[in-house]
Design a protein around this ligand. Structure first.
Ligand SMILES: [Fe+2]
Length: 463
């Protein structure tokens, strides 16, 4: 799609960052428009955090309880109404529809006790294949800019971008992700934990700035998340309060564990952090485990409709980095449970035949051979991702943050491809049998450095 860009000085800086990796972390200080060809609706509007306290900021979308429902979440400093004006662009409909929602008060636990109101408005059952524009705020206190989003077409093949560990500083992948998204390459984003570095810093201003930085993408595409260790402060309250993950299949209602259906896939988000921050209670380990088992049971009965089961969590079960703990003791906890004993996750992946596991935390990219219980389970050595009898694990934590790269140790027998380049992963779920992954390198100007297709005709338990 042709795109015209009109921008100020800060915007030019931002665009320069597309070409110059060293500027990739530059956050514009002025308004930035990237316009689509559709009438007067910018695909992207970056606006610095409004000063008034009344104007919406940190605007983002997530899926509601089904693929054609969307939740709009934003925040204000002051207590305002929660309204969304929605207009259908395709098919055209000049009538604006007004939706009402509600807000919750969120007080940061730092010394300033910085307060904000987080607004949530659900736009239910918008139908397949629509193009909409919306703005949020309220009639009384003013509106945001207009943003545009689409609902998927019936029978679509979902296209996603996924990554973890992207912070305010050194967000290397963000400019290219914006460029991709403005070209309409994705149906949703998966951010696999570790946001902002860290959201609670500067009494929460770092979280506000990060959410504003991703707004140009997240206000247009469902920005689906799971929690990371960098959100641990104040019992993960910044994460829980700022995001709105679906509740359609139960979950904890605080976005820590949940699931949703997307095309031929059932996608699950979990908190790996429950296994490590046990000072916040061990009962949540049990709650999540019990829910996950029930969710997988339900998903396996629905496999004819949603054959792919995909799980995402922050800390990997398999990796070969040389940090001395996360790929050994941390991964052990993830596979075998807390203290290698309680609530082990890998037996669930095996029992229910989870096809794909997405992790981050290590600031690198690593794709494993299909593996179950430490055993490589290739379908065949000629076509290793054809009919695999184990979960395909991928670690994608290299989108860029102030901690920069991690490094690898010697490859493990289950390591299939490794890269320390900054970058992110694209996934397309073509149909019930074919799913592809590709790794984009920001160090190599967007070159695809790894690509695989998983072929699976027999989704189900692994022997
Ligand atoms: Fe992490």
């Amino acid at each position: 799609m042709p795109i015209s860009i009109k921008l100020g000085i800060a915007g030019r800086l931002f665009t320069a960052a597309l070409a110059c990796r060293t500027l990739a972390a530059t956050v514009p200080t002025g308004r930035l428009f990237i316009q689509s060809t559709s009438p007067e609706v910018p695909l992207y509007v970056y606006t610095p955090i409004p000063e008034s306290g009344l104007e919406p900021r940190n605007i983002h979308l997530s899926f509601g309880d089904n693929e054609t429902s969307v939740v709009v979440t934003w925040s204000t400093r002051n207590d305002t109404q929660s309204q969304v004006q929605l207009m259908s662009v395709q098919p055209p409909n000049a009538t604006e529809k007004l939706y009402n929602g509600s807000s919750t008060i969120f007080v940061d636990s730092g010394t300033k006790k910085a307060t904000q109101y987080v607004h949530r408005v659900t736009l239910p059952d918008l139908g397949w294949g629509g193009l909409f524009k919306y703005r949020c705020g309220s009639q009384a206190t003013g509106w945001s800019d207009w943003f545009e989003f689409r609902t998927p077409k019936r029978g679509f093949s979902p296209r996603l971008a996924m990554f973890g560990d992207m912070g305010m500083v050194n967000a290397q992948s963000l400019p290219r992700l914006m460029q991709d998204a403005s070209a309409g390459m994705y149906d949703a984003i998966l951010h696999v934990g570790d946001f902002a570095y860290d959201m609670q810093e500067q009494d929460g201003a770092t979280g506000d700035q990060f959410m504003q930085m991703i707004q140009p993408i997240a206000a247009r595409l469902p920005y689906m998340t799971c929690v990371g260790n960098h959100e641990f402060m104040y019992n993960f309250s910044h994460y829980k309060n700022r995001f709105t993950m679906p509740k359609g299949f139960g979950g904890d209602g605080e976005s820590m564990f949940y699931s949703f259906d997307l095309g031929p896939a059932h996608i699950i988000g979990i908190s790996t952090e429950f296994y490590f921050f046990v000072e916040y209670g061990v009962d949540q380990l049990k709650s999540q485990y019990d829910w996950l088992q029930a969710d997988l049971e339900r998903a396996s009965k629905n496999r004819a409709a949603r054959p792919w089961i995909i799980i995402m969590g922050h800390r990997p079960m398999y990796c070969s980095n040389d940090d001395g703990d996360d790929c050994t003791f941390g991964a052990l906890f993830m596979r075998e449970g807390f203290l290698a004993r309680w609530y082990p996750l890998e037996p669930l992946l095996q029992k229910y035949g989870v096809d794909l596991a997405l992790w981050a935390h290590e600031h690198t990219y690593e794709r494993m051979w299909p593996v179950t219980r430490l055993e490589v389970r290739n379908g065949s050595w000629a076509e290793p991702y054809s009919e695999p009898r184990g979960t395909v694990h991928v670690v994608t934590g290299s989108a860029g943050c102030r901690e920069r790269h991690d490094t690898f140790g010697s490859p493990m027998y289950y390591s299939a491809f490794r890269s320390t380049d900054y970058g992110y992963t694209r996934m397309q779920i073509f149909n019930s049998t074919h799913l592809s992954l590709e790794q984009v390198s920001d160090d190599q100007q967007g070159r695809i450095i790894d690509r695989i297709t998983i072929v699976q005709h027999n989704h189900g338990p692994f022997p």
